[in-house]
Ligand binder design. Structure first.
Ligand SMILES: Nc1ncnc2c1ncn2[C@@H]1O[C@H](COP(=O)(O)OP(=O)(O)OP(=O)(O)O)[C@@H](O)[C@H]1O
Ligand SMILES: [Mg+2]
Length: 713
């Protein structure tokens, strides 16, 4: 595997970065905290997602990026002849994950789950194995020698991916267990075939018996059917006779009832015609009275007119008189007023006596008596005028009463024969009205009678028709009675054959039902037989499956043994190889000062000095660190050699910590020589003085806002 390039957006402290990775030894340099480790961690995050991150999900996106800006990474890698592009992002305020994978330019996955599956398939490892194979983490190297031997053994075994063999063994064991369990369950459910076979034989016998019964009934049914057919013919002939007889009887009764209907109708018409004759006499009698109607009507109208005109006149007179009464009342009122004035003047003077003064000028009155006399005359005159007015009013009121009387005579009272007014005679008018009413009734009756008489012809025609129909019906009745006498239908014969036919039919039905019951029994037995046959087949199939699974289980047990042997073999072989490779590197890096490294069977680490192995504690910190680095490099070398692929890449994070300048240079020389085993060696360092010794340099810097950028120099 080779890393071609990575593009980042808002990943940790990187706002935007695009780095191409060349082949060879690449120095990833920069000051502490600029983002060197983050850059290579971005490779693991793009491949494996949040699980491969050193922080939780919230710590991945760049602090300071707005919620609308996504955190994105696009990684290009090469494996053999194929190139892959993996794109991963965290989007929106809830940082929803998204991912897609492209193989040779073609999209092969488009979801987080889908990518997880594809990446596991492409790399054949999870993120833990990825880190142990390709990435020597900062501080991890020192940790190797600080561990106790057992822990060291575990970690070396994990680094060498022997844990993959362990996992395979576990899977084989689990599968073997499952297979055995399934076999047990299947064995418990498998049915006994001998028992099933004997049950099958029994069912077959029962079916044969039911078939035989059904067959014998078939013959009986044929005979009964024949008999039923014969009876059916005879019966249908008898039935025909019966129906004919019935039809004739119905026809006869219809004719009879029609005949009586017609007779009744004819009687009714005759009665109507007779009534019409008497109506003609009545018509003649009422003719004169009916004719007088117009005359009475005219008289009535004339009287009505007279009454109206007289009434109008009387009302007019009445109004005029009422007006006069009003005027007289007015006159009387003014006279009363004058009378009161004169009387009060007289009273004033007469109460003062002869010394009284003139009420107008205040002078002493000279002629007191004359004045009193004058007032008395005046009062007398007014009283006389008042009486005259009262007499006139009474006269008019008498006239008004007379007019009311006359009006009453126009409305309801009889007129006094002697008087001239009114001319209208109420009684006479009432008589005219009575006569007119009688004439009206006669006229209406005349119209009614004429209409009835007009129907006479129609009735006579109908009477003729009824007579004709009646004689034809009589002829029909005679014929029908004759036909009935001649018919050969006999009730007893008909009932007898009907009974016999019913019995034949019932017999046939009974036989059919019996046969049907056998047929149903046979069908259900056949179904049971089929079920048994199916069960036998299922038991046989299950047996075959169990046999196969038994073979599988055996195979899995053998495989487990082989894998355990393989693991032992691997561990026993790998330790010498590891010692050899690490010793070579250590010799080279110490310029032959130390002859090699050793890892004993208990995984204790030792350094050879002058042909003798000594524990690491005897040596300086830098020498011990170098020993660790050599073992780590040897592990990665072994992994890529075992994978059988062309050299991959390795990332070494801060390996120079404790080394002096001479060591640093020899480490660099050694790394440059590892190009056969590793196509890309990415060395992360904050140490600036070895920058120039790298074949390629990627520089990581941070600006004053804390935003980092990286570029290949
Ligand atoms: N989400 C983030 N947004 C912005 N900055 C972040 C984020 N997460 C971590 N950082 C910053 O990134 C830096 C850590 O980066 P990193 O470990 O990659 O540095 P380094 O270059 O490897 O340093 P050293 O040389 O010390 O190992 C820290 O300064 C940390 O504050
Ligand atoms: Mg770092």
């Amino acid at each position: 595997m080779r890393i071609s390039s990575i593009k980042l957006k808002n990943y940790r402290q990187f706002k935007e970065a695009h780095i191409e990775f060349p082949d060879g030894v690449i120095g990833l340099v920069g000051l502490n905290g600029t983002g060197k480790s983050s850059l290579v961690e971005a490779v693991a995050w793009t491949l494996f997602g949040n699980i491969a991150s050193r922080t939780d999900k919230e710590g991945i996106k760049r602090t300071g990026a707005s919620p609308a800006e996504p955190c994105e990474a696009s990684l290009e890698i090469e494996i053999g002849p194929d190139s892959y592009r993996i794109v991963r992002a965290l989007k929106g305020s809830s940082q929803t994950g998204a991912a897609s994978v492209f193989a040779n330019g073609k999209k092969i996955a488009d979801s987080v789950k889908g990518c997880e599956k594809e990446i596991a398939h492409i790399l054949d490892m999870d993120f833990k194995s990825f880190y142990t194979s390709f990435y020597a983490k900062q501080k991890e190297l020192n940790a190797l020698s600080d561990l106790n031997p057992n822990q060291r053994k575990d970690i070396i075994i994990r680094m060498l991916r022997i844990d993959a063999v362990d996992r395979a063994i576990d899977r084989i064991r689990a599968e073997s267990r499952d297979t055995k369990k399934i076999i047990e369950i299947r064995r418990a459910s498998i049915k006994d075939t001998t028992e099933l076979e004997s049950l099958k034989l029994q069912k077959e016998k029962e079916i044969e018996k039911a078939s035989a019964e059904s067959g014998s009934l078939f013959n009986k049914i044929s005979a009964a059917q024949k008999r039923e057919n014969e009876f059916k013919d005879i019966f249908s002939k008898e039935r025909k006779k019966y129906e004919d007889y019935n039809a004739q009887k119905i026809e006869l009764s219809k004719c009879q009832s029609r005949s009586s209907e017609l007779k009744k109708k004819s009687e009714e018409i005759k009665a109507l015609v007779a009534r019409i004759d008497s109506l003609e006499t009545e018509l003649k009698e009422i003719a004169p009275q009916a004719q007088s109607y117009e005359e009475w009507d005219l008289k009535d109208k004339q009287k009505e007119e007279l009454r109206k005109s007289e009434k109008d006149e009387l009302f007019k007179e009445k109004a005029e008189l009422k007006e006069k009464v009003g005027k007289l009342e007015g006159e009387r009122g003014s006279l009363e007023k004058i009378f009161k004035e004169v009387r009060s003047k007289k009273n004033v003077i007469s109460s003062s006596g002869k010394e009284s003064k003139c009420p107008t000028c205040g002078q002493l009155l000279q002629n007191f008596e004359d004045i009193i006399k004058h007032y008395d005359e005046e009062l007398e005159k007014i009283t006389a005028e008042g009486k005259a007015v009262a007499v006139k009013k009474k006269e008019i009121e008498a006239k008004l009463a007379e007019i009311d009387l006359l009006i009453e005579q126009l409305e309801r009272s009889p007129r006094k024969k002697s008087s001239k007014r009114p001319k209208y005679d109420f009684e006479e008018h009432e008589k005219i009205k009575t006569e007119k009413e009688k004439a009206k009734k006669a006229k209406d009756r005349q119209i009614e009678l004429k209409a009835k008489i007009e129907r006479k012809k129609e009735l006579e025609d109908s009477l003729d028709k009824t007579g004709e129909e009646l004689s034809s019906i009589k002829a029909k009745i005679i014929k029908a009675e004759k036909d009935l006498e001649l018919t050969d239908y006999k009730k007893e014969d008909y009932e007898k054959i009907n009974k016999e036919y019913d019995e034949a039919r019932a017999d046939l039905d009974r036989l059919k039902q019996k046969k049907n019951a056998f047929d149903i029994e046979k069908a259900s037995l056949q179904k049971e037989l089929e079920a048994i046959v199916r069960e036998i087949k299922e038991a046989q199939d299950l047996k075959k499956i169990i046999d196969k699974e038994l073979k599988d289980s055996e195979f899995l047990s053998r495989l487990e043994d082989i894998m355990i042997e393989y693991r032992t073999h691997l561990i026993s072989r790998i330790r010498p190889q590891l010692i050899e490779t690490a010793s070579y590197l250590y010799r080279e890096l110490t310029d032959g000062k130390y002859t090699g490294l050793d890892i004993d069977e208990d995984y204790n680490m030792r350094i050879f000095d002058g042909g003798y192995p000594y524990p690491l504690t005897r040596f300086s910190g830098g020498e011990a660190d170098l020993a660790n680095l050599c073992i780590r490099l040897a592990i990665s070398q072994l992994i890529s050699a075992r994978a059988g692929t062309e050299g991959g890449f390795i990332i070494l994070d801060e390996i120079f910590g404790s080394q002096d300048i001479v060591r640093k240079n020899s480490i660099m020389t050694a790394l440059n020589q590892l190009n056969k085993q590793f196509r890309q060696i990415i060395v992360i360092t904050h140490v600036d003085d070895i920058k120039d010794t790298f074949e390629h340099v990627i520089e990581v810097t941070e600006d004053e806002l804390g935003i980092s950028s990286a570029k290949l120099l």
